[in-house]
Design a protein. Structure first.
Length: 379
């Protein structure tokens, strides 16, 4: 198939979960023999069009240059669609997007919405309050119109999709590149560059340091374990670079995605210490597909996270990782200490984690699911 994938607000190359997702989906579908054309944001100095990774990247801009005005990319998307003449359009949903679905409808082309954040308003949402103040709820009506126009939707959690669209929504989780993220990427010099002792158990967090990612919980746990010379904490992401504040470890700051396989593989334990109280949208359910967890697992790390579905379906307690009480730094510290003291347990959990992600949570499988949905809407 010739596919047009609209993710206008994403910048590639990039280090965010969104940019990684777009790259892996485009690259994965191209590897399955499809002709991929992807619309992304054009940053300063980047070419308007480029062929790389088996994908044609179409970079666009709009004015004002803010995601709130993403719908203004419609003319640029329409121009790309006119040249490409796709068999189907995929749109990565954003609150103020819809340009891909709109263009597809005008061209009588089937479209699929990729839902990674709620199409519903969560309780107490300021957007919902504003929508009600406008009397006719234009934003809700617009979202529901997009759902009606789309031939299908995919989402990590059906509960974030309006009831009217759930029958045509397929549950699809994110994944990991299980070839790039692999235990063989482990190199001693990476650990030495961090200042980690040769015999230390390295605990890794990777992510964008948003409040609900729970970095504050991890750092509090790390400080309570500061007397243990055998534990070293590495935090990859965020803006700060330097030694751990009050604990043994290192903050690496923001890093290019291509460097992450070696960083993850150099660790011994991966932590995803989510604090869902810090993000009200998660009242709808834990819809965020946890990229970091899949990459930890692919790299052969036991993962420590919170016991909340669907995380409990990905990580099984005592089989691929361990759970701690959400928001409880002492509970997290206890789990980390237990894993640090038991190398055979770490190895066993890490091996099972690798086996599970290869079997169920690879980007290749994600793209296979997408392909089936696209084949249905184009047949």
């Amino acid at each position: 198939m010739r596919l047009l994938y609209v993710a206008s607000d994403q910048v590639l190359p990039g280090a965010t979960g969104g940019s990684v997702h777009v790259l892996e989906v485009a690259r994965g579908l191209a590897a399955r023999g499809h002709e991929l054309h992807v619309v992304i944001w054009r940053a300063t100095g980047q070419p308007a069009e480029e062929f790389a990774d088996g994908v044609t990247w179409h970079r666009v801009r709009w004015w004002p240059p803010h995601r709130f005005f993403r719908w203004r990319a419609a003319a640029a998307v329409a121009a790309v669609a006119e040249r490409v003449r796709p068999d189907a359009v995929i749109e990565r949903y954003y609150n103020f997007g819809g340009e891909g679905v709109t263009v597809a409808t005008r061209r009588d082309t089937p479209s699929l919405i990729e839902v990674n954040s709620p199409l519903l308003d969560y309780p107490g949402s300021m957007k919902a309050l504003l929508d009600r103040a406008l009397l006719l709820r234009p934003m809700q009506r617009y979202r529901e119109s997009l759902c009606r126009q789309a031939a299908a939707l995919v989402a990590p959690l059906p509960e974030i999709v309006p009831l009217l669209a759930r029958e045509k929504t397929e549950t699809v989780t994110w994944g990991a590149d299980v070839e790039r993220f692999h235990p063989r990427q482990r190199h001693a010099e990476v650990r030495r560059a961090w200042g980690a002792p040769d015999d230390a158990v390295v605990v890794l967090f990777s992510g964008s340091f948003r409040p609900w990612h729970g970095v504050h919980v991890l750092e509090q746990a790390a400080r309570s374990l500061a007397s243990r010379a055998d534990l070293f904490f590495v935090l990859a992401g965020g803006g700060d670079v330097g030694d751990g504040q009050g604990y043994r470890g290192r903050r690496l700051g923001a890093l290019p995605y291509q460097s992450m396989p070696e960083i993850v593989a150099a660790a011994d334990i991966g932590v995803a210490p989510y604090d869902t109280r810090r993000l009200r949208q998660l009242q709808l359910g834990f819809y965020w597909s946890p990229l970091k967890i899949f990459e930890y697992m692919a790299s052969g790390l036991p993962t420590v996270t919170i016991p909340r579905p669907p995380l409990t379906e990905i990580i099984r307690d005592g089989q691929e990782g361990c759970f701690f009480n959400e928001g409880d730094a002492q509970s997290l510290a206890g789990v980390l200490a237990r894993l640090a003291d038991d190398a055979p347990l770490r190895r066993r959990l890490g091996q099972r984690a690798r086996e599970r992600v290869v079997a169920r949570y690879s980007w290749a499988q994600h793209c296979e699911q997408l392909e089936r949905a696209l084949q249905r809407i184009t047949s």
